[in-house]
Ligand binder design. Sequence first.
Ligand code: R5P
Length: 316
Amino acid sequence: MSSAERLKIFSGTAHRELAEEICRELGQPLGSASVGRFPDGEIDVKINDDIRGADVFIVQPTCPPVNENLVELLLMIDCCLRASSDRITAVIPYFGYARKDRKDEGRVPISAKLCANMISAAGADRVLTIDLHASQIQGFFDIPVDHLYSKPVLCDYFAQLELSRPVVVAPDVGSIRLARAYASSLQASLAIVDKRRHSADATSVENVIGDVAGRDVVMVDDMISTGGSITEAARNVKSKGAERVYLGATHAVLCGSAVEKLAQAPVEEVVVSNTIPVSGEKLIDKIKVRSVAGLLARAIDRIHRSASVSALFSGE
Ligand code: R5P
């Protein structure tokens, strides 16, 4: 079997469009898999291609509906393991359940660790992912993790905007490292929003540290979930005299009324990647989607050839 024949890429139902785009980049057909339902709602999976001895990549972000997508991924991994594939890489562009990465109060789970355990226990040999909510989640896996950054993909967009006196703003302290990396690429200064989280969907802004008055703002975060954090922060910098405000986020979770909040926010554009599908009603004019398919395709190609993936990490 040639090296190209050994490479097999499959998709769950979470984001088939991204898997197809990755395959186009690689000049590789998408493998045939069926994902259906038993009458009681249980997920039924079948790989229709011969994968004995194959180097298998399963593309499945664990985005909403996260429980469904996670179980589907686990079943697909188990399926490939039992079909005697040589190696299984779980390609998880968005790793869900990541926000619960420590016991920040008594009697709570560490959900990110449990999900990592389940993925390894199912039989994955490697994980390929993008912008984990906290990079130490890599260590929750006892298998190799290739952790990519979407920054080069989003930064290219901001770089062609001809921003005036740009400042990159971190909407909370957790995003400072990311914002610093964007600021360095865009040759912009840095400011930080002091955000307080009161509950899963309620935040408030206490202060903005740094100079935003009279400047164009690029505000970056790893994800937009309810949209509360980033729209509240955008209003705040605007009230402090910022000129145009652009938002950037890798993962467009966009749950609840996030799209409405973004539509009403005083921002020019919201630039996100396609680690999670953004289509239909979510795709308002203001939202610009940049594809990570090329980045993932290059990483898959390098992993398959046992070549270094670290050359793709420079975007941190
Ligand atoms: C926080 O730790 C994250 O980086 C995001 O700021 C947050 O998860 C976004 O959530 P939401 O859009 O619901 O405010």
